[in-house]
Design a protein around this ligand. Structure first.
Ligand code: C2E
Ligand code: MG
Ligand code: MG
Ligand code: MG
Length: 282
């Protein structure tokens, strides 16, 4: 019986894999058309002060509104865009959409809150990222303080000199740099010093372990190291009140996560966080 189960399991696994592979190939083939058909949109997730709860920024998170599959998450299509090269076009449209939204909120008289934009490692290394941001800021008449850039640790590998030049270019514009998913990549302490990032976003894997003694000590060590390097620390993936309380105790500056708010569509962000009809949202 065990043998049969084993076989059944393998057959199921094969089907699952080929199903996934087929879906991936299918989605990948539709990416270019999806760009033309304007099927991408941004959701926004608030980032708040750990102690006061004040809204500090919102992270722009990309979604693909697919006509048949519904909302496709970025974890599924960003890797496809990266391997097909379309990430350059998608990256450019993300910058433009985020800036257009900021300008629209400004025009509607809402309080200005910065938007944090994820930039793929694959967008770096061509020397165009800082220019794209500069052009988008000018096009939408926005000050650079309203835009922040998030880069994962893996972006720091590879073409080091070019990446450093692009980061310096963004800094020169007045854009703050966030090191995303910290702790999951390979950045060394010396890299942290040379990269001159402004903000350290600690991966949610570490937030998850806060309630275990060792997890808390580990997070505390990250906070003091970041502060020694004059970086602001953000905890990602805060899901419980207990995690939030520990983060307050250990002096983590800022928090983001489902406990504060899930990523929301622009109109929900307006209603819940930007002053319009504030009371309607709990
Ligand atoms: P990220 O930049 O680390 O974004 C945080 C991810 O964690 C988001 O997933 C968010 O919905 C999720 N998250 C936030 N709070 C919680 C929580 O409390 N619990 C849990 N379990 N998850 C939480 P999402 O939106 O699916 O995005 C996944 C990743 O896709 C992002 O990770 C980012 O690396 C990438 N991504 C998203 N938008 C873009 C984009 O415009 N460009 C690029 N290059 N990458 C993007
Ligand atoms: Mg991010
Ligand atoms: Mg992250
Ligand atoms: Mg991530």
């Amino acid at each position: 019986a065990a043998k049969n189960e084993g076989k059944g399991h393998y057959r199921f696994f094969d089907q699952f894999l080929s199903g996934q592979a087929e879906r991936c190939a299918f989605l990948k083939g539709q990416l270019a058309r999806a760009i033309e058909a304007d099927q991408f949109l941004l959701h926004y997730q608030p980032r708040v002060d750990t102690v006061s709860g004040a809204l500090l920024s919102m992270e722009a998170l990309l979604r693909w509104q697919h006509p048949e599959f519904g909302m496709v998450p970025p974890g599924e299509f960003i890797p496809l865009a990266e391997s097909s090269g379309l990430i350059l076009q998608i990256g450019a449209l993300v910058i433009d959409k985020a800036c257009a939204q900021l300008a629209a909120w400004g025009a509607a008289g809402m309080q200005p809150v910065p938007v944090s934009i994820n930039v793929s490692p694959k967008q770096f290394g061509r020397g165009v990222v800082a220019c794209q941001f500069e052009a988008a800021l000018r096009r939408h008449a926005l000050p650079a303080v309203l835009v922040e850039v998030e880069i994962t640790e893996s972006a720091m590998m590879g073409e080091h000199a070019v990446v450093l030049a692009e980061l310096a270019g963004l800094h020169k514009l007045g854009i703050k740099l966030h090191l995303d998913d910290f702790g999951t990549g390979y950045s060394s302490l010396s890299q942290l010093r040379t990269l001159k990032m402004d903000v350290l976003k600690v991966d949610r894997a570490f937030t998850n372990e806060l309630e275990q003694g060792e997890g808390r000590v580990f997070f505390e060590a990250i906070v003091s190291m970041a502060h020694a390097l004059r970086m602001t620390v953000v905890a990602e993936g805060v899901e419980t009140a207990a995690q939030l309380r520990i983060l307050q105790e250990i002096g983590c500056d800022e928090v983001q996560g489902f406990h504060i708010s899930r990523p929301l569509a622009a109109q929900d962000i307006e209603a819940c966080f930007l002053g319009a009809h504030r009371v309607a949202c709990a």
